[in-house]
Design a protein around this ligand. Structure first.
Ligand code: GAP
Length: 516
């Protein structure tokens, strides 16, 4: 564990030293769990997101894109379930994972015999195992029911499965709330105090009153990009004449008031997601799930040096959200152990049905061939772009001992993701070498290849600096260049050098980038 922590500390330190990731507002002491992506970090993040967009949208006919507002109509979050209990205590069922308002739970008196009920026998079996291992309680399974549990002193049990295994009550919502319009929430509250409307109110009654006062101006920062793709389903399907099966993809910022923030940028309050909702005919969803889970796992693997550190893990029945039919996580072996990088969920028709109900609009698809209407099922691959960036850094980080005993730190980033593709280095700052090097840099920039001129310090130190930020190739201009028009090209990973003609340098790098 000490070694793993050590590795993370080295990566965090490299991120700051080399301009990948900084603590937000650092000069003011930083803001917990908010990060800024520096000059190299923003390039790496864009390269990851652009690769995703190219492979998920631009190179497919069956997926189209969307760039929706971060702030949406508050009813969206009521329908999606994110808003439930904003001002009421929330409780999580530790068995079926339902999150519910304590005042909407099923009443139960202490010591009451309970029958825990699940959708099917398999889920009941998985719940039985979970209850035994996590709570040390053995229940008897009878088909899809579990018997033998007794209610605690909460006065209620889970409204979905009747379990008494519940989290503490929390006055808490993951969404960041703000207000829109001329009168902000603070002003509304101040005016209500002046009118004496809050006098004598306490606890839940006070919270309910505050909610009521501010609900017309309340808006929320989206906690996932997904909901806009359900809400815009009809507009996109009709305007683009999309035929099911098809997908809608979106990338962008999401915000969650995470209580536990951990492992640098792994879990932060503001992060970026890359999500796609793939709408398909009910009955074909299992096949599409198989397709997308493999597609997504292989997508991550293609950028990595260690494919063995990626795996798919199926959620067991007890772990599934109540609306999900199946879910797989693409997991990565982080320095602290296996953890989620992306989730691929079969969300059934849950979201479209919910939005149809709350908006009063039909969210259905008419199949012109079969002449029938239905609500499509959805397979959702949902990845974190910022979490993906962390994975790429961990995967690429290497410390190597050289023949002369020195250690070099090298980021073996996939060249397509590397922030800088080529460094052009004049051996010395004289004899026309800097001018020649500038010409080479300009030739690369004119071809849209991110190249950088670097003349600071010895050539050895410059190689080390570019190894550390993952620049795949260094081109060196030396005395011979001026005589015969050749330059050396040094490979980051093998450190091998070869001489090529200066005139073919751009073509050479272009062809190496094409091959990967
Ligand atoms: N629409 C489904 C959804 O949002 P999720 O599992 O909550 O599912 C999907 O999030 C992905 O977003 C995760 O696999 C993770 O990569 C990323 N993610 C979620 N919360 C995050 C956070 N607080 N910080 C960084 N990344 C996060």
């Amino acid at each position: 564990m000490a070694k793993e922590t050590d590795q993370m500390q080295k990566i965090v330190s490299l991120c700051k030293r080399r301009g990948f990731v900084f603590q937000s507002s650092e000069i003011y002491g930083g803001l917990r769990s908010a990060y800024d992506y520096g000059p190299l970090g923003v390039e790496l993040k864009r390269n990851i997101m652009n690769a995703w967009w190219r492979d998920m949208v631009q190179s497919r006919e069956d997926v189209v894109g969307l760039d929706a507002s971060i702030i949406m109509h508050p009813r969206v979050w009521e329908a999606s379930g994110h808003l439930a209990g904003f001002s009421d205590p929330l409780v999580d069922c530790r068995v079926c994972k339902e999150r519910f308002r304590a005042d909407h739970a099923t009443p139960a008196t202490e010591g009451q015999d309970l029958v825990l009920t699940f959708a099917d026998k398999a889920r009941a079996k998985a719940a039985q195992e979970l209850i035994k291992t996590q709570f040390g309680v053995e229940l008897e399974a009878h088909g899809k029911e579990l018997k033998g549990a007794k209610a605690g002193n909460r006065g209620y049990v889970c409204p979905v499965c009747n379990s008494p295994f519940l989290s503490e009550e929390r006055q808490f919502n993951l969404m960041f709330r703000s207000s829109i319009g001329p009168v902000d929430a603070m002003t509304e509250v101040a005016q209500a105090i002046e009118r004496g409307e809050l006098a004598g109110l306490q606890g839940n009654a006070l919270r309910a009153k505050l909610d009521e006062l501010t609900k017309d101006s309340a808006v929320y920062l989206r906690p996932e990009t997904a909901q806009a793709m359900f809400v815009q389903f009809m507009n996109i399907q009709q305007s683009m004449s999309m035929k099911v099966p098809f997908g809608i993809a979106q990338q962008g910022k999401s915000f969650r008031n995470e209580i536990t923030v951990e492992h640098f940028i792994f879990r932060s309050c503001e992060f970026e997601q890359m999500e796609m909702e793939f709408f398909c005919e009910p009955g074909t969803d299992d096949e599409w799930m198989d397709y997308w889970k493999d597609f997504r796992l292989n997508w991550w693997k293609k950028f990595t040096n260690h494919p063995e550190n990626f795996r798919l893990r199926a959620h067991d029945q007890a772990e599934l959200a109540h609306y999900a039919k199946a879910c797989y996580d693409v997991e990565y072996l982080y320095p602290w152990g296996w953890g989620e990088l992306e989730g691929i969920a079969n969300r059934t028709d849950y979201d479209l049905q919910k939005h149809a109900k709350y908006s009063g609009q039909k969210l259905e698809y008419f199949d012109p061939t079969a002449q029938k209407k239905y609500t499509p099922y959805v397979i959702e691959p949902s990845a974190g772009a910022t979490r993906g960036l962390l994975v790429m850094l961990i995967d690429a980080y290497n410390e190597e001992t050289l023949e002369n005993g020195e250690t070099r730190v090298v980021l073996k980033l996939h060249p397509a993701l590397a922030p800088i593709k080529v460094a052009v280095l004049p051996l010395v700052k004289k004899d026309g070498m800097p001018e020649k090097a500038r010409e080479v840099v300009n030739a690369f920039l004119a071809h849209g290849i991110n190249a950088r001129y670097d003349e600071q310090q010895t050539i050895g130190r410059r190689y080390r600096r570019h190894d550390e930020i993952g620049t795949p190739w260094c081109l060196t201009i030396d005395g011979q260049t001026l005589q015969d028009g050749t330059i050396t090209i040094r490979d980051r990973d093998t450190m091998e050098q070869q001489r090529i003609s200066i005139d073919t340098a751009v073509q050479e790098i272009e062809s190496r980038l094409r091959k990967i």
